[in-house]
Design a protein around this ligand. Sequence first.
Ligand SMILES: *Cc1c(COP(=O)(O)O)cnc(C)c1O
Length: 379
Amino acid sequence: MNFGTKILHVGSQVDQATGAVSVPIHHASTFDQRGTSKRMYDYSRSGNPTRSTVEEVLAVLEGGSRGFVFASGMAAITSVFALFSAGDHLLVTRDVYGGTYRVLTKVFSRFGIECDFIDTTDIDNIKKNVKSNTKALYLETPSNPLLKVTDIKKAADAAVEHGLLTIVDNTFMTPYFQNPLELGADIVIHSATKFLGGHSDLLAGAVVAKEEKLCDEIYQIQNAFGAVLGPQDCWLLLRGIKTLKVRMEQHQQGAMAIAKWLKTHPLISKVYYPGLPEHQGHGIIKEQCTGFGGVVSFVCSREVVTKRLMQDIKIPVVAVSLGAVESILSYPAAMSHAAFPKEERLSLGISDDLLRLSVGLEDPEDLIEDIKVVLSSIG
Ligand SMILES: *Cc1c(COP(=O)(O)O)cnc(C)c1O
């Protein structure tokens, strides 16, 4: 089956008991245990039928053996980091999501888990930074907000050589464009709040892994920590995933048109989009993905341009988050990367004039016109 068919027909998306074509939302916290036959479910933290359906769908889409959904992307990420123990060391993509940076440096550091934030686009640099206690390589590709691309296969090969697990945050590409497990990763993570949910109405996270033993460990942690996704939100996530293919195609088409247009404007000094041939990772992304995604970042030539865009733009919401049906304009310096010390942020190339646009499903020509009107009002 191809992707567009799978998203609608894998898993128990038709209710076995009634034939209902929409999965029932099982609000039960507990399940009656009387009688001889052992029930599949006993308590909703440990397992819930609505949750099982979305976990099954995600496992299939990512090509893993089991999926797990969590109350947020950060709950998923935190639960994966809980696989490690005091004394372990992790290598992490340098321009990782701000919340991931925060939980590692402020929380897991207190539990004795060390990490180094490194440029993972350079495979030799990964190898050079492996220590005797390094246990995992944590990648975000394309990274946020500069969309730097890491070669997942080469990185995972290097990780295997050193006995490390490879973990990939696949939020920006989704399984529609990128399948890290097929490229050698062991664990895939999502903030399902973004493209998977897709409608700015849900906070959710997901983890998919391949190897059974690893899946058992992740399940242990999911059940132990209990940061699970509630049944109502599981249903919303399932509903979002049904249109993932058409949405991703449209996000990408819009992003490409806007990236190309921004490049021609004198008030925009740099455009970051992996679909542009001059982008750092264009060659790799063409190899490892089937698309370039729906997020474009760009640098404004002057402070006034940045300010006016955020103030006067009409169609996109000016907010954090991405991957929604509506376009979202974000200001990384004060939003997603506020957790980074300023020096560190600037050295990553996240300047005070960088904006990130998550291109929604609006007609791209309307979005371009909207930006154009603001820019032409600046003297
Ligand atoms: C938003 C995001 C997260 C965190 O997810 P939440 O659902 O907000 O907890 C993690 N990684 C990436 C790449 C993100 O964009």
